[in-house]
Design a protein around this ligand. Structure first.
Ligand code: APR
Length: 243
């Protein structure tokens, strides 16, 4: 067979391989939207005993109290707006030079309402409900109660679709893959005190960056860190990346 004419190498069209960025957000990114954090001086865990409102045992003991706690957080969330930090992450995700995986510990929907898509809620979502009896999930009504019936099995075993202490966070395989493959892992607005989220930096093979109000428990493990309110620090960082 006659030699095939040697084809010219495809011209390098300057295709830039998007930079893979895995971002983990915590309550700090929603603080300036008026939603409380957990461990700051006025945080939720200074006003509630997490064993009563954020554990399966607490829910079994007093489901009405737990629903009351999440109903109040759902009301606060509905009244809040995404802030400049949420919006900056949307700009970054829309940049052709960056392949962003957004992972959040937050159960609020401010990332979605800012325009983020495919947000990975590892601790579940305040605006979703779950049936403990049959596993069905649906959009939560603003107010939930122990008397609500599951839309599918009709049993009164409904709970907020959030991950409580002692339960396994969601999507951990997908999260681990994204963090391991990332060129850059960025933690935003988290105290890095709750595992497995706090352990994700150990999976990072690329560079790591902490953007937080103050140094977190893991701050020394990061390659770089910037401190200040997320609306300033995240917006500035994204502007530098997308300039
Ligand atoms: N900008 C940036 N960071 C901020 C801001 C702000 N405006 N305000 C507070 N922070 C920082 C705090 O300095 C703190 O390090 O956000 C972090 C909030 O820490 P936590 O209250 O512990 O919240 P988080 O890290 O998200 O908690 C993790 O614990 O209770 C569980 O399920 C809950 O998802 C939560 C998890």
């Amino acid at each position: 067979m006659a030699d095939l004419p040697r084809l010219p190498k495809p011209v390098d069209r300057g295709m830039i391989t998007p930079m893979k960025i895995a971002i983990l957000t915590g309550a700090g990114i929603s603080a300036e939207s008026g939603l409380g954090t957990f461990r700051d001086e006025d945080g939720l865990w200074t006003r509630y005993d997490l064993n009563d409102v954020a554990t399966p045992e607490g829910f079994a003991r007093d489901p009405a109290l737990v629903h009351e706690f999440y109903n109040a957080r759902r009301e606060n969330c509905l009244a809040a707006d995404p802030n400049a930090a949420h919006l900056a992450l949307v700009r970054l995700a829309r940049s052709p030079d960056h392949d962003v995986t957004l992972i959040t510990q937050n159960i609020d929907d401010l990332h979605e309402r800012a325009g983020s898509t495919d947000t990975i809620h590892m601790h579940g979502a305040l605006m979703r409900a779950l049936c403990n009896a049959c596993g069905t999930r649906w959009d939560a009504p603003p107010i939930m109660s122990p008397h609500d019936q599951c839309p599918k099995c009709l049993q009164t075993a409904t709970r907020p679709d959030v991950v409580w202490f002692g339960e396994m966070p969601y999507f951990m395989d997908k999260i681990a893959t994204a963090v391991t493959r990332a060129d850059l892992f960025v933690a935003i607005g988290t105290s890095a005190e709750v595992y497995p989220a706090a352990g994700l930096i150990e999976l990072a093979r690329g560079k790591t960056l902490e953007l937080n109000l103050v140094p977190s428990a893991q701050t020394n493990a990061f390659d770089a860190r910037r401190f200040g309110p997320a609306t300033d620090v995240v917006s500035q960082w994204v502007s530098e990346l997308t300039a």
